[in-house]
Ligand binder design. Structure first.
Ligand SMILES: NC(=O)c1ccc[n+]([C@@H]2O[C@H](COP(=O)([O-])OP(=O)(O)OC[C@H]3O[C@@H](n4cnc5c(N)ncnc54)[C@H](OP(=O)(O)O)[C@@H]3O)[C@@H](O)[C@H]2O)c1
Length: 294
C-alpha cells in the first residue's frame, strides 16, 4: 500500500478566502485590526511559526507586530507587556509563543492575556468554555486537524482515534474536540504521552493516529495499523545550505509509514497551513467580538 497524501493547502486556502471576506468588511468600516505576537528567548534567525503567522495576518490587512523579549526576561516585565497589550484598543489578538523558558510561569502569563484577545484559546476561561463545548476561542492546530479529518474521513462517530502527545496546544484540546457529543464527532479517543505503556500496541489500535510529540521521524510503520489514517503534527526545521534549504520533516517517518497507512499528512503542507488558516479565523472572531460584527 502507498498512502494518499492529505494536503492541507487547498482546504486552508478555502478557509482563508472566507476569512478574507470578513477582513474586507472590517476594513471597509475603517478599522485596521492588530495582532501582537510575544516571543521570549528566540534565536536570532527568528521562528518559522512566528514568521508564517505574521505574514498570513499582514496579507489580510492586519497590523502584525512581534514583541521580542530576551530569554533572561523577568516575570514582571512579561506580565506588564501582556497587560499593556490587553488594554491596547489597536491590538485585537495576542499570541504568547510557547514554550516559555522554565523560570517563567506559563499559566500565570496565559492569564495575563485578555480572554477576548486570546486567539490561541489557552486562557483558562477559554479552556473552560471549549471543555464544556461552548463557543469561544479554540486552539488553531486541533481545529485544523479536525477539519482535515472531517474532509477525508467524513463522519468520525465511533472512530477509534489515538493521539500521541498531550500538550495544551495540540493533543489535549484535540482529544476534547474529537470526543465532543456532537454530530460528526463522538470519536473514541485515547490520549498517549511519555508514560504510556506499550505505545506501539496502543497506537496500532487506531483507525486514526495523530502524532504530536516533537521528535523527528519517531513514529514508524510499527506503530500503525494497516489502512490507518495518520496525521503528523510535528515540524522540524533541518538547516541546509542555500539554494535548497532549510528542509522540514515531521514526527512521522514518512517513508516507513506510507507503506502501511491509507493516508498521511505531509510535512510541510499538511497540518501547518491549516493551523495558520484557523489562527486568522480566530483573529477575525476576536476583531468582530471587539468591534461588533456587521
Ligand atoms: N503543524 C503545526 O501547526 C504545529 C503546531 C504546534 C506544534 N507543532 C509541532 O508539533 C510537535 C509537538 O508539539 P507540542 O507543542 O504539542 O509538543 P510538546 O508540548 O513538547 O508536547 C509533546 C508531547 O509528546 C509527549 N511525548 C514526547 N515524547 C514521547 C514519546 N517518546 N512517547 C510518547 N509521548 C511522548 C509528551 O509527553 P509528556 O506530556 O509525558 O511529557 C508531550 O505530551 C512539535 O514538533 C511542534 O513543533 C506543529
Amino acid at each position: 500500500m502507498t498512502a494518499t497524501l492529505l494536503w492541507g493547502k487547498e482546504a486552508a486556502a478555502e478557509i482563508r478566502a472566507q476569512v478574507k471576506e470578513r477582513f474586507d468588511r472590517i476594513a471597509a468600516r475603517g478599522i485596521q485590526p492588530g495582532l501582537a505576537i510575544v516571543t521570549v528567548g528566540e534565536t536570532p534567525a527568528g521562528n518559522p511559526y512566528v514568521r508564517s503567522k505574521s505574514r498570513a495576518a499582514e496579507e489580510l490587512g492586519v497590523r502584525a507586530r512581534v514583541e521580542r523579549f530576551p530569554g533572561t526576561t523577568t516575570e514582571d516585565a512579561l506580565h506588564a507587556k501582556l497587560r499593556e497589550l490587553s488594554a491596547d484598543r489597536g491590538v485585537h489578538g495576542i499570541i504568547l509563543q510557547l514554550p516559555l523558558p522554565s523560570h517563567l510561569p506559563e499559566d500565570r502569563h496565559l492569564e495575563d492575556i485578555a480572554p477576548i484577545k486570546d486567539v490561541d484559546g489557552l486562557h483558562p476561561l477559554n479552556v473552560g468554555r471549549w471543555v464544556h463545548g461552548l463557543p469561544g476561542h479554540r486552539p488553531a492546530t486541533p481545529l485544523g486537524v479536525l477539519e482535515l479529518l472531517r474532509r477525508h474521513c467524513g463522519d468520525l462517530t465511533g472512530k477509534r482515534v489515538v493521539i500521541i502527545g498531550r500538550s495544551r496546544i495540540v493533543g489535549r484540546p484535540l482529544s476534547v474536540f474529537l470526543s465532543e457529543r456532537s454530530p460528526g464527532l463522538n470519536a473514541t479517543v485515547t490520549l498517549c504521552h511519555s508514560a504510556t505503556r506499550d505505545l506501539k500496541s496502543v497506537a496500532r489500535e487506531a483507525e486514526i493516529l495523530v502524532v504530536a510529540i516533537g521528535r523527528r521521524r519517531a513514529i514508524t510503520s510499527e506503530y500503525v495499523r494497516p489502512g490507518a489514517v495518520v496525521v503528523d503534527v510535528g515540524i522540524h526545521e533541518i538547516p541546509e545550505p542555500p539554494p535548497g534549504g532549510p528542509r522540514f520533516e515531521g514526527d512521522v517517518d514518512m517513508a516507513s509509514v506510507r507503506s502501511v497507512a491509507s493516508a498521511v499528512t505531509p510535512v510541510p503542507g499538511g497540518v501547518g497551513p491549516m493551523t495558520v488558516a484557523f489562527l486568522v479565523r480566530n483573529l477575525a472572531d476576536a476583531v468582530e467580538a471587539q468591534e461588533g460584527a456587521r
